[in-house]
Design a protein around this ligand. Sequence first.
Ligand code: ADP
Ligand code: MG
Length: 731
Amino acid sequence: MIWFRFFPRQQRCDLTALDAAQEPGHSHAMRPDLLNPLFASVTSLAGIGPKLSVALTKLLKASESAEPAVVGDLLFHLPSGLIDRRNRPTIMDAAEGALSTIEVHVDGHEPPPRGNRRIPYKIKVSDDSGEMVIVYFRGQSRWLEAQYPLGETIFVSGKVEWFNGRPNMVHPDHVVPQDKLHELPLVEPVYPLVASLSLKVLSKSINTALQTLPRLPEWIEDGMLQRQHWPDMAQALDQVHHPRDQLDISPDSNAWKRLAYDELLAGQLALGMVRSRMKKSAGKSWAGDGRKQNAILSALPFELTGAQKRSVAEIQADIAHPERMLRLLQGDVGSGKTAVALLACATAIEAGGQAALMAPTEVLARQHMATIEPLASAASINVAVLTGREKGKTRQDIYDRLANGEIDLLIGTHALFQSNVTFKNLALGIVDEQHRFGVHQRLALASKGGAADILVMTATPIPRTLVLTFFGDMDVSKLDEKPAHRLPIQTNALSLERLDELVERIRQAVARGDKIYWLCPLVEDSEELPVMSAETRFKSLQELFGQNVGLVHGRMKPAEKDTAMLDFKEGKTRILVATTVIEVGVDVPDATIMVIEHAERFGLAQLHQLRGRVGRGDKPSSCLLLYKAPLGTIASDRIRIMRDTEDGFRIAEEDLKLRGEGEILGTRQSGTPGFHIARMEFHGELLEMARDDARLILHEDPELATPRGQALRVLLYLQSKDEAVRLLRAG
Ligand code: ADP
Ligand code: MG
């Protein structure tokens, strides 16, 4: 069921691959029978046929999903708002446009003249305060006469509109006889919809689904239920689908919280199980003698920061420990993760193992290679690089030298995953800028080495809640200290109308010998978007600055990219027009100006990453956010925050407030679905609780064998965490 799945599909496969006990085709064999009604197709419900099923699948499943929606999908499709019919005015008190339920007397019918369907059917009604006309376009006389019996009193509920001082109600939503007021839903939930589906039909389907809900064992601990005043799952679902007021459908309600907690607990439990399984499968300890490390330390042109030293020590302790390392190295842009990574590799290599460093882009992999190679050679470490570009004999040669252990450190892109890449003895796998990959790649790399330690490096300063959500209970090392002598970056916002002023500033900067990045959102002009492209900006700057301008973007050939980067690094060009290929990791320490054109089109985390490309050297730097007026509120909020702070963690928190969490991790594009019910802005605390709960459960009942353990298995299946339960089986 999509609403719970937060592992991307590929990871499910990888987990499966890790689990030799798994037979294909029997993925649900172990699911308890009592959940069957919830995993049955929606067509198993009365009143839902193939056509409606298609519409429901469109609504309830991610677009790429081929599986039809199941009953459970309906249950966990929660309301987004309310229709409130509790307002009961008299006719004359009914406000224009307001939803009103009014008790009226039926005074007369006024059908349109025969054959003239363009004139509406009118019904005159009244109460003590005055008269009102009920209007039906193309109304059926017979039906309307039954609904509005002449001389009787009824309730109508709908929007009142005033024309020329006279109240009208066009097509009331509900009409009920006086004694049937209780049948009128005074408060109705509203759900997110798709075009092919009406609210009425969806509500009815959800109600039918609710009736099939089986009785499930309680998996939340009793004490917690009581302390939190949480209802059981069935009550919680009933409450959110039959709300009495706004509070019932708020993520703050006890019902919603309970459902969110279920989702979070299942997630934390599954991550915890994967983690303990990975740890169990390990069991090598690698002790280095410190020689290669010392060689690197003396070759580095700087002294490590305190945070770097601490992180290196933490990683080394993990590597030396027989348990498998699963560690996240979090450090803002420019905090010096590369040096930490290299020192970690040195430890593994000293002990006779191999190391792999995986970067998200080719540009980055090559840059790592360029930075690391001289340092590695000072420590007699053999390095090679492997990306899509190495072909034929060169590639085969790398494979061979990797398999016979000649290569100590392999740097590359996702090419490192390919099945013909075999290490002799992989001891440490490092994934740089993790959020670009998705969690599954971490596991794929892990499967390359029987028991390789894993270090995940992330440049996006992920708030703690998100670390928990996406990485589970990983150990975390933080580079919370910038290398010394960093000067603050002066950030300014500038409307495109003032481009001339900016060009003048750039002219002076070029004359001084400064280096400037100029970022554009697109590679080439697009018909859909009125946005400056890198190619067009490159041409216009070239007219002004000639040979001083370079260009790099993702559609260039790899060799052209390298040349462009190198020319800029060496100062042959002074202005580098680029797309976001340079967003992550690129390091040209003496670049001091970052111009971001169409800053309004970039997310906050991305702006921060981009700005981090400057301010790395000892010269003062600036960042110019060039925007196209008028700015929307979110865009101007982002720009304000960028001017206010350089603190990556604060920026990430603000970003979380402005946008969904999936986007912060950059997972939107790669399709990792977020949570369905839990919302980090409301349920961050619940996540911590779920983490602690899961930890305690796995400590006390690692096989989920106790009665509560059995109930938790039901939860895991309910939340489509079948893989996790399978890990239990595989032991
Ligand atoms: P990150 O990958 O964390 O964004 P890098 O590893 O690319 O950062 O380092 C950013 C820059 O800071 C590089 O130019 C690097 O040489 C430099 N650097 C790293 N550590 C230190 C330090 N302790 N002192 C001074 N400069 C450092
Ligand atoms: Mg980096």
